[in-house]
Ligand binder design. Structure first.
Ligand code: ZN
Length: 305
């Protein structure tokens, strides 16, 4: 089912990373800049992430002896330094997730580079290390993003969805390791409901969401894949969902031979395996297109709504 599985450390059947994107209220300021301060209930829902959920999640990881990766917009780090301290004290990785959750593919390349570097400065100052990885806010990886990642010397990206296992992104001048995931592994479609952010889908029960994550895990375990959850503290850190996460971790432990790791550790392992000749990755050359495809001409005909 997977043509070229990665040789995981200690003959593990799969690699597992629970990654949390601590967006807090950055997304509300981005969506409603002039009125976010008046949307107090939405602010409280989003602040639940750094204030309540992050300490709970770090405790949960400590219970299982796990170190994991958190993606934080740098503005959220400045705004919620206690959450940063809690994450770092737990031994976890803090990774790049934009400055204010701005969408790279909505920026001009120089704007994108400006926000990227501004966020790097905050991460370096608050964690003592440059970021090793990046996840584009809302998966909005741009045609220029890889150039920035290569230029800034990042080890990995975790924004794309092109495989079940790691692969390399190449821009002709350098490469980064891509650690892919997909929408079923995101908690947004399962749990997000907010009138202010224009999501009013019925929230799934924790068990329904876990059924999806567990099916993904069972397949990755069977065939040697990479399981990366893209969760948000204000959604999955809610109490009943956290209880279900603990049960999922127990289930993974009961199956055994699972490598729980940070994304930095997984990317470093991939780099080593490639350098040693132990594994040959698939390589995606980016950007996929230099512009709109020429077949439709310069003006967009109305072929579909
Ligand atoms: Zn995010």
């Amino acid at each position: 089912m997977i043509k070229n599985p990665v040789p995981w450390p200690n003959a593990a059947r799969c690699a597992v990373a629970f990654t949390f994107d601590m967006d807090a209220d950055s997304i509300l300021h981005l969506a409603h800049h002039s009125s976010a301060d008046t949307r107090v209930a939405a602010l409280s829902m989003l602040r639940y992430g750094p204030e309540v959920a992050v300490p709970r999640l770090v405790d949960l990881y400590a219970r299982f002896g796990m170190r994991q990766t958190f993606f934080l917009p740098a503005w959220c780090m400045e705004r919620y330094p206690a959450a940063v301290e809690t994450i770092l004290k737990g031994g976890h990785e803090i990774s790049h997730h934009g400055y204010l959750h701005e969408h790279p593919n909505a920026c001009e390349p120089d704007q994108e580079a400006y926000w990227f570097q501004r966020a790097c400065g905050v991460i370096e100052r608050m964690t003592g290390q440059r970021p090793r990885g990046f996840r584009a806010p809302s998966y909005r990886f741009s045609r220029a993003t890889l150039d920035i990642l290569v230029g800034e010397g990042l080890l990995y990206d975790a924004s794309l969805m092109g495989d079940d296992i790691p692969y390399l992104l190449d821009n002709g001048r350098g490469q980064v390791v891509e650690l892919p995931t997909h929408y079923a592994m995101d908690d947004w479609p399962h749990f997000m409901a907010s009138r202010d952010l224009a999501y009013l889908m019925p929230p799934r029960s924790p068990q329904q969401a876990m059924e999806v994550y567990q099916a993904e895990f069972d397949a990755m375990w069977e065939y040697g894949g990479l399981w990366i959850a893209v969760w948000h503290p204000f959604l999955s850190g809610r109490l009943a969902r956290c209880v279900a996460i603990a049960k999922l971790i127990e289930y993974m432990h009961s199956k055994g031979r699972v490598w729980f790791a940070t994304l930095e550790e997984i990317a470093a392992h991939v780099r080593r395996a490639v350098a040693d000749g132990a594994w040959t990755p698939r390589i995606d050359r980016l950007p996929y297109y230099e512009g709109p495809i020429p077949e439709l001409g310069r003006t967009t005909p109305t072929l579909a709504q």
